[in-house]
Design a protein around this ligand. Structure first.
Ligand code: KIV
Ligand code: ZN
Length: 498
């Protein structure tokens, strides 16, 4: 009988902290339901005290999800814990995740405190959280750089205070796998009462070792892993859920199992990538576009003779179905609805009708409609509440001529027009937008990506615009990449605070 590893998904908390990846409550519920279908044990739904939006999302996710535990993050502060407990009131299974920095860097510079004071604050927070819920997880922030002896004292104290799970984050992604594994082993061997709590890993990927560190922790006795879909998260991200799940699937001899329905991995990855406007790198393990593409002649020959020569995972096991029906202009509403359902997207009839209308328009321009196209269409109404909208755009460009763009914007219902020339069509179009929106804004980053392959493909554009000392993130998707670029630029402007 294999041992059970609990999967704690923090896509909606640590993942959502990534600039430009913010979701609204409806989108968060969609992701939470997909995580439930995927089989995660714990969903970290947010940090309720941080904003009314986060508070509300924890409430709504608690109502929408049935069997996973819903977890809310707090600092070791009573007010945070009060607010988290309130946000969790509808959760069928609830957990408060409280904690404090334990490395000398944090103790000295963040808290200007002593090690003893930190233990006192940690214990007080756990006891306070236990007044509200039975399931309390404690995190020792920057445990990766905390010396093992002191960390063991912290862990022992919080378990005595009632922590049911103790999280050992490598917050800065600093540890080597051997070091992180040793750390967990040290705790398993030196903490009195360690059997009364589950030890959890939480590894960041700053040096590209998040998954290796997580696995080292699991092999040393951790029985919960904190992960995100596609490995998204602060800076270089967190450990990827899909990597840990498939490592355990491929290495039966480890004899540790999760509750993950691996066939839901790919649709979940696509959903998160699409809703968060966060492309997955093509060579990303398990879910990247090239993860199963054998391009060299030697590999192709081997795979044709016997797939096991070069393939350790059957793509179908992670939900990639090469035979999936591709939708075309002849596909009906029912086929679209069915495909959306497979992708984890449910919608009412009114929205389905609108998406179908957009689908037919896209199918007019593009022969085959892929899953990614459908996900972009399903998310297209994200901009309906924008007060600035693109009404029309016309661009002339070519080799040896200066590009000219003329466009119309509607601002809170009123129409404005402008024309400009530029060093290329995007430059001309953005200059025309700037003539109407007369503000000091600077384009800081601009990436264009084709969703799949063909020249008729939908181009997706990500932009970062700096305005008034703040960075704003925008997204656009269109078969016309100039239009997608202008949409992304306008998306940024719509987010300006003033
Ligand atoms: O990386 C980290 O230390 C965290 C904690 C807040 C759990 O995300
Ligand atoms: Zn983290």
């Amino acid at each position: 009988m294999s041992e059970r590893l609990f999967i704690f998904d923090t896509t909606l908390r640590d993942g959502e902290q990534v600039p430009g990846c913010q979701l609204n409550t409806v989108e968060k519920i969609q992701v939470a339901k997909q995580l439930e279908a995927l089989g995660v044990d714990v969903i970290e739904a947010g940090f309720p005290v941080s904003s009314p939006g986060d508070f509300n999302s924890v409430i709504e996710i608690s109502k929408a999800v049935t069997w996973p535990t819903i977890c809310a993050l707090t600092r070791a502060v009573e007010k945070d814990i009060d607010v988290a407990a309130d946000a969790l009131k509808y959760a069928k299974h609830k957990r408060i995740h409280t904690g404090i920095g334990t490395s000398d860097y944090h103790i000295q510079y963040k808290f200007n405190a002593t090690r003893e004071e930190i233990i006192e604050r940690a214990v007080a927070a756990v006891k306070y959280a236990r007044r509200y819920v039975e399931d309390v997880e404690f995190y020792a922030e920057d445990a990766g750089r905390t010396d093992n002896e002191y960390l063991a004292r912290v862990v022992e104290a919080v378990i005595k205070a009632g922590a049911t799970v103790v999280n050992i984050p490598d917050t800065t992604g600093y540890c080597l796998p051997s070091e992180y594994g040793e750390k967990i082993k040290y705790l398993m061997e030196h903490v009195d009462g360690i059997d009364k709590a589950i030890i959890s890993t939480h590894c960041h990927n700053d040096l590209g070792m998040a998954t290796a560190n997580t696995m080292a922790g699991v092999l040393s006795g951790a029985r919960q892993v904190e992960v995100t879909i596609n490995g998204i998260g602060e800076r270089a991200g967190n450990t990827s859920l899909e990597e840990v799940a498939m490592i355990l699937r491929c290495h039966h001899n480890i004899n540790i199992d999760t509750n993950i329905n691996t066939q839901k991995i790919y649709p979940t990855s696509r959903m998160v990538s699409s809703l968060m406007n966060m492309p997955v790198q093509p060579n990303k393990a398990i879910v990247g576009r090239n993860a199963f593409a054998h391009s060299s002649g030697i590999h192709q020959d081997g795979v044709l003779k016997n797939v096991q020569t070069y393939e350790i995972i059957n793509p179908k096991d992670v939900g990639i179905d090469d035979n999936a029906i591709v939708l075309t202009a002849r596909s009906g509403r029912a086929a679209l609805k069915h495909r959306l359902h497979i992708l984890g997207v449910e919608m009412n009839q009114e929205k389905l009708d609108k998406v179908y209308e957009d689908f037919l328009k896209l199918a007019d321009k593009k022969k085959d409609i892929t899953d990614d196209d459908i996900l972009v269409l399903a998310g297209a109404d994200r901009n309906v509440n924008h007060h600035i909208k693109l009404e029309y755009l016309q661009v002339t460009s070519g080799v040896g001529v200066r590009s000219v763009a003329s466009l119309g914007l509607s601002i809170s219902g009123e129409s404005f027009e402008a024309a400009a020339t530029g060093n290329g069509p995007v430059d001309a179009a953005i200059k025309a937008v700037k003539k109407i929106i007369n503000r000091q804004m600077t384009l800081k980053e601009f990436t264009i990506q084709a969703i799949s392959k063909g020249s008729d493909d939908v181009g997706t554009v990500h932009m970062q615009v700096e305005y008034d000392g703040q960075m704003y993130y925008g997204f656009g998707a269109n078969t016309d990449i100039i239009a997608a670029s202008v949409e992304a630029y306008i998306d940024c402007i719509n987010k300006f605070r003033k």
